[in-house]
Write a protein that binds this ligand. Structure first.
Ligand code: FES
Length: 94
């Protein structure tokens, strides 16, 4: 089972493969800002600081929203991020 680590706290969780990052946060009362939950507002932007290579590639729609939300290199949308391997995540600077 993939492991999700929050860079800010160092806390780690086992996450069923294929779970969306934001869904896991909401189901486990883990704070992460969000808005639309469908990939259009950019509020959930985050940066995968470790393990990004294990994730599905970013799509065009996600990429457009990320570019609107943050200038951070390698940022993703928490509501679109499907966990497929061990990752460490922090909120993006928006
Ligand atoms: S919550 Fe709006 S883009 Fe993710």
């Amino acid at each position: 089972m993939p492991q999700l680590t929050f860079a800010a706290t160092g806390e780690s969780y086992d996450v069923p493969e294929g779970t969306r990052f934001l869904d896991f946060c909401q189901e486990n009362n883990l704070p992460h800002d969000f808005g639309c939950t469908v990939g259009s507002c950019g509020t959930c932007a985050c940066v995968v600081t470790e393990g990004a290579e294990s994730l599905p590639s970013i799509g065009d729609e996600e990429s457009e929203t990320v570019e609107m939300a943050t200038d951070e290199e390698g940022a993703r949308l928490g509501c679109q991020l499907v966990i497929t391997g061990d990752i460490t995540v922090r909120a993006a600077e928006v």
